[in-house]
Design a protein around this ligand. Structure first.
Ligand SMILES: [Mn+2]
Length: 446
């Protein structure tokens, strides 16, 4: 199917898509509408914010305020605070989950539009929601969903294409070297491969965080996306290197991408990662951050060398990795670098162990407590379910204790347990949980 056909088909078959288009069109009658966009602070969220901003500005002559807060779910008090000093005609929430209480924003503003690709946590009924992944697992990226809306309205141009492609890359929705794509993003990725083939060509170079199978090769789109991912950590590196001086990495990358687009570079002429970085207004700072990041990656690559096989659950080898994050990432409440390094181990552990699938559980002591990341599982052992079960058990053991939470996707999830819960208690519960699930799966097999 062609991408244009997919968008046309969705606009007819997906009620949420049609509602989002209608809700956006309703600001057409306002002369200079004002829109407030909250987006996720990762690469996909930034791609979404860029496509959304350009759509609102160019098609609706809107004034857009973009916010990329550090936490995932948007809360009512947060929006209330933003509305204390300014008023808006539209609230657009992109790549920030699907929660039923998002309907409550309608008490604050006349129009609320949600564009998201996470499994829902209660479906909002009154605001306009476009989320093809809400009810069943449809891997995609929010920046592509924004691009679909922009395409339907006839606005998306080559720079929106580029921003959406980076978002899809950031969320692991396709792999240019292995030439595979999640089904939903397939038509878009094929179109991009035709238009900008040099971004997809496999090249012999340092493997990036996105090169999970073949460690000898990468592609330009992976290299650029990795530099931008590193840039999102710029504020963490500012704490250890004063010369960086970035207050908040995600906003830094958002502004740099907008500045890049403003110069209207010919994308087909940019042939190396540095052609992109140098074309950004903060290119020099980004280069410095990227150097820190690559050094840290090497350090963590060594630390991640010692994964031990804990158990086998239904044919999936469960590995435990005990390692610290890079020094500058000690205070990060989010998966910074180590979990991505762990992902690059899945393929070699699979080969070594002979299991058809493996899962890596990263046990990472940080200044604030313990951060556990789970990766892999081959769709047989669910990372998100395990992380939320572990968090639930620890919450029951330490009632009233704040800072315990866990959940995520099928093949990538997090569990964070803040101090004063002792590290041994977290380890004990984790091991007990793996033991129980293994036991259960053996009983079921018999
Ligand atoms: Mn996303």
């Amino acid at each position: 199917m062609l991408y244009s056909e997919q968008v046309w088909h969705l606009s007819r078959s997906d009620k949420g898509f049609a509602r989002v288009i209608d809700a956006l069109k309703s600001i057409e009658k306002i002369e200079r509408p004002r829109a407030l966009n909250y987006s996720h602070n990762d690469l996909d969220g930034i791609g979404s914010a860029i496509v959304a901003r350009r759509l609102l500005q160019r098609h609706f002559n809107a004034e857009v305020v973009t916010k990329l807060p550090p936490h995932f779910r948007l809360t009512v008090p947060e929006v209330q605070r933003a509305l204390e000093t300014e008023s808006f005609d539209l609230l657009l929430v992109t790549d920030k989950g699907t929660f039923d209480y998002y309907d409550d924003f309608l008490q604050l503003l006349p129009r609320v539009v949600i564009i998201d690709h996470h499994p829902h946590d209660g479906i909002p009924k009154r605001c306009a929601l476009f989320n093809p992944s809400a009810e069943r697992a449809v891997p995609s990226a929010a920046s592509l969903l924004c691009h679909m809306v922009s395409s339907k309205l006839g606005v998306a141009d080559e720079y929106d294409d580029f921003a959406a492609l980076l978002g899809c890359r950031g969320d692991f929705a396709f792999d240019p070297v292995q030439r595979i794509s999640a089904e939903f993003v397939g038509p878009f990725v094929s179109r991009m491969r035709e238009r900008l083939p040099h971004l997809f060509e496999s090249r012999l170079d340092r493997a990036t965080m996105f090169d999970l199978v073949d460690m000898e090769r990468t592609a330009l789109v992976n290299q650029v996306a990795e530099a931008l991912h590193a840039g999102c950590l710029a504020h963490m590196y500012s704490r250890v290197d004063e010369s960086i001086g970035v207050g908040y990495g995600p906003s830094f990358i958002f502004e740099n991408l907008l500045g890049f687009i403003e110069k209207r570079p010919r994308l087909e002429d940019l042939r190396a990662p540095h052609d992109f970085i140098d074309a950004m207004p903060g290119g020099e700072v980004l280069s410095g951050v990227f150097r820190h990041y690559k050094r840290d990656w090497e350090l963590l690559d060594k630390r991640a060398g010692s994964a031990v096989l804990l158990e086998e659950i239904g044919g999936v080898g469960i590995y435990l990795m005990f390692a610290k994050e890079a020094p500058a990432m000690q205070v990060a409440p989010f998966p910074a670098i180590l979990p991505y390094v762990a992902s690059t181990r899945l393929e070699s552990l699979k080969r070594e162990s002979g299991y058809p699938h493996v899962m890596v559980m990263v046990f990472c002591p940080k200044d604030r407590g313990v951060h556990i990341s789970m990766r892999g599982g081959g769709g047989l052992v669910n990372c998100g379910a395990m992380c939320s079960e572990l968090a639930g058990r620890l919450q029951a053991l330490y009632p009233g204790q704040e800072g315990i939470g866990g959940g995520g996707h099928d093949r990538a999830a997090e569990c964070v347990v803040d101090k004063p819960v002792p590290m041994y208690a977290v380890m004990q519960e984790l091991i007990a949980l793996v033991g129980e699930i293994a036991q259960r799966s053996k009983v079921l097999k018999v």
